[in-house]
Design a protein around this ligand. Sequence first.
Ligand code: DGY
Length: 325
Amino acid sequence: MSKATVFATRELPAATRARLANYCDLEVWDGFLPPDYEVILNKVPALEGLLSLLTDRIDAALMDTGPKLKVISNMAVGFDNIDVAAASARNIPVGNTPGVLTETTADFAFALLMAVARRIPEAKQYILDGKWQTWHPTVLSGQDIFGATIGIVGFGRIGQAVARRTQGFGMRLLVNTEDNAEDVPEFGGENVALDDLLKESDFVSLHVPLTPDTQHLISEREFELMKPTAMLINTSRGGVVDLDALYEALRDGQILAAGLDVTEPEPLPVESPLLTLENCLVAPHIASASVATRTKMAEMAADNIIAGLTGDPLPTCVNPEIYDV
Ligand code: DGY
């Protein structure tokens, strides 16, 4: 019997490829950049499995070209690149990789927070610019993290992992969430309205998925509510923050600084005015990028592919309701 055909839209660790090869004929896109939408579209008619990344748009039109498609497995916890409703309507299970990247992403959110608060990238630039002449009482003074108030927006796995880190810094914790609200007191936090969180927080860290409700959740009005000494950290999805409004808020001193791992669009063009600001630190969407975590994400994505091909429920499925039918 011929093996199922699977296309992976980017390189996978050798061990993951070898494991998948036991179950399917695997084609792996070897480009550094993602395949164009049309490339995926042309491949789908022959596929039983598609292993995608957050950079691939997987929509209804694409699914309609794949009569044999049994599984879509996204190597990411986020899945806003996939039309999940369309997949459900076609009875195609969609997998993601939750859990394994929680701590790594929370570490990075905290790394951004600390780098921005203590002005670490500016400090390096200061030395490179030949400005370090002496110890000076005020040069590169930043903001204290210990004892500050942090506002965490969204209280899923990653939001909670960031909350745990705040305890070691003696921070006051405010949360804005509808989900898992019952967990907030366990972290010594208080669940408050978003506007109150914005008004009171020294740091605002975003941990919500990108949905129509969270698109530009933080925009002009929200920056107006924030303290002039506040710092915004975003490791969720770029679309959650209106970057034009952020630029103006940072330029005009409405807030003090920002640390972003995600932007809209990605990549952020090098001409973006945000990159001209000393008080804006931008990273290229690397919060989950530890060797161990990325390896585990690939393994989980492979687990979902294998389950989908063999007709088993995906171990981590974002549309499990399809199995109820
Ligand atoms: C995800 O998995 O959704 C992350 O954004 C990857 O870093």
